[in-house]
Ligand binder design. Structure first.
Ligand code: FCB
Length: 481
């Protein structure tokens, strides 16, 4: 079962699906005429892809890297649907040059990637691993040589296992550990990297990893979740301050997984659940960063966080980010009583709903959702700029004679981009759009089955093949050159 469904089962409702029609055989997917072009997004708009260390690098124990929670979790039987792990993944550790050539060939100029904490600090803190630091120097240099901007995420879910052994994010010392790691990384790459993101999707890794146990480190319950949320929020702001101190002219953001929330039937019946779901999914972390505190009134269980909050903490949650990374894939539809399972930790049965199109992840294709969530985030006074730091989709892909005719993926991108442009035209300051993702890769608890890449990866041979969607992006962005 995919991750949103598991979380939803735990909390609220679910979807049933019908699949969208295919393009006729032989029809070129980009024959379709678009009523917009990449130029409409403006000359300074950034186009790129997003990736994450554990999902692509492989080399899980090479050159001094220690295990992260994802190494441990994926090696434990039963945690990954397909029984796979990220030991080799896309072998990006060795193939980064060729992969960046591919990215460049798509006319994209941003490569968003994350640093593996356990590669550069195998003990979590203390002595840095020079070979690990050198790897990211090589990746960054390879970007710069190709005219690609490196955009670095400090943390995309792979906490060193040695730190998890001491309680991980549940331990307040995590603020000191993370600060030490952030100091090291930002000082090391300050001259070469100007674009930084502190976290990838804190609402996802805290809830999936510490509330429902579907992701690493596989822990369940509010007693794990609530201290984790608070410590991650402290680190979110502290990370921003550390980047500001160490990197001249830095462009600093952090990213949020966010989805527009709709009620199943009526506001009156389902509204309360929708409000609470909105808190968990969309509001909790951004509001902390904006200095609005925790939305306790909208979700009373958060009162229990009080226990972990020390004097001065609330003021320290705030950081003035230069941009907010919006990551959107779908929307959520919720029904009433969702909060009962949240409070008691019980599961409820999914509600059937007719959904026209879903991706392989079971996520509804709902292009207007990205428009709505961008507007929701832009409505906060302190949000100065939005970058879509992830958006994309998994569909089953067939490699035939070296080609992948992924027309559904092209259709998805075109419709979502149109909605991003709609928000931009209405005046939202949107500075860029990064596709998730360059390569098919290790999709966490789903293994390698869902393919999100613009580039098809044959995991047996590690060969890469540009899908039609990659070719479409290349053509769409050609005007920009
Ligand atoms: C996002 C994650 C990313 C990837 C995509 C499909 O939530 O940030 O690592 O798994 O979903």
């Amino acid at each position: 079962m995919e991750r949103r469904k598991v979380l939803r089962l735990f909390l609220v409702s679910s979807v049933a699906a019908m699949v969208a029609p295919k393009l006729a055989f032989g029809q070129k997917p980009f024959d379709q005429k678009l009523d917009f072009s990449s130029l409409d997004f403006g000359p300074d708009f950034k186009w790129g892809v997003a990736t994450a260390a554990y999902q692509i690098e492989g080399a899980h124990n090479l050159d001094g890297k220690s295990a992260s929670i994802w190494d441990t979790f994926s090696h434990e039987k039963g945690n990954i649907k397909t029984g796979e792990n990220g030991d080799i993944a896309c072998d990006f550790y060795h193939s980064y040059e060729k992969d960046l050539d591919l990215l460049k060939s798509l006319n994209m100029t941003v490569f968003r990637f994350s640093i593996s904490w356990s590669r550069v600090l195998p003990n979590g803190v203390g002595l840095p691993n020079q070979k690990g630091l050198d790897f990211y120097h090589r990746v960054i240099d390879a970007c710069l040589e190709r005219g690609i901007e490196p955009w670095v995420t400090l943390y995309h879910w792979d906490l060193p296992q040695v730190l998890q052994d001491k309680g991980g994010w549940m331990n307040r010392e995590s603020v000191a550990w993370f600060s030490e790691y952030a100091e090291l990384v930002t000082k090391t790459y300050a001259l070469k990297v100007k674009n930084w993101m502190v976290f990838n999707e804190p609402s996802a890794f805290t809830a999936l990893g510490y509330l429902i146990g579907y992701h690493a480190p596989g822990l369940k319950g509010f007693k794990n979740y609530l201290p984790t949320v608070h410590h991650v929020c402290l680190c979110q702001a502290e990370g921003g301050r550390i980047i500001r101190r160490n990197v001249d002219d830095a462009n600093i953001g952090t990213t949020f997984s966010c989805s527009h929330v709709d009620v199943l039937k009526s506001e009156k019946r389902d509204g309360k659940s929708a409000e609470r779901w909105d808190v968990l999914l969309n509001r909790l972390f951004v509001e902390a960063a904006l200095g609005l505190g925790y939305p306790i009134d909208s979700f009373p269980i958060l009162k229990k966080m009080q226990k972990y909050i020390q004097p001065g903490d609330i003021a320290n949650l705030k950081f003035d980010f230069d941009f907010i990374g919006v990551q959107n894939y779908t929307r959520e539809v919720v029904k009433g009583m969702g909060i009962i399972p949240v409070m008691k930790g019980l599961e409820i049965k999914p509600v059937k709903r007719n959904v026209e199109e879903v991706t392989e992840m079971g996520w509804e294709v709902y292009p207007e959702g990205i428009y709505k969530i961008i507007k929701q985030f832009a409505a906060y006074e302190g949000v100065k700029k939005i970058i879509v730091t992830e958006n994309g989709c998994a569909f089953p892909d067939d490699l035939v004679n070296g080609q992948v005719h992924d027309s559904k993926r092209i259709d998805y991108y075109q419709r979502y981009l149109k909605q991003v442009l709609r928000a931009k035209k209405e005046g939202v300051n949107i500075g860029g759009y990064f596709s998730w993702t360059l390569l098919d890769n290790f999709e966490w608890s789903e293994g390698y089955k869902p393919r999100f890449g613009l580039v098809y990866v044959d995991f047996k041979t590690q060969k890469r093949y540009l899908k039609d969607s990659a070719l479409w992006f290349r053509e769409f962005l050609a005007d920009k050159k």
